[in-house]
Write a protein of this length. Structure first.
Length: 70
């Protein structure tokens, strides 16, 4: 699994951190950027959910809540 935001440019990462302070620290600590729980302890339902985490840093329960899935 890739680290979230690893495919983003340094400028984009900087902008995200300015807009959402603490995002980078949470990702480095293995925490969800939304709820701040340890991501790996929560697991992912499928490859699509894992890919979403790689893009956004959002854990499975938060993805379910945000995207309205069970």
């Amino acid at each position: 699994m890739k680290t979230p935001l690893s495919n983003k440019s340094p400028e984009m990462v900087k902008t995200l951190e300015e807009m959402f302070p603490g995002t980078i620290a949470n990702i480095r600590a293995g925490k969800c950027v939304n709820c701040e729980k340890q991501v790996m302890s929560l697991g992912f339902r499928n490859l699509l959910s894992e890919k979403e985490y790689e893009i956004s840093g959002i854990c499975q329960p938060c993805q379910d809540e945000i995207f309205g899935t069970d």
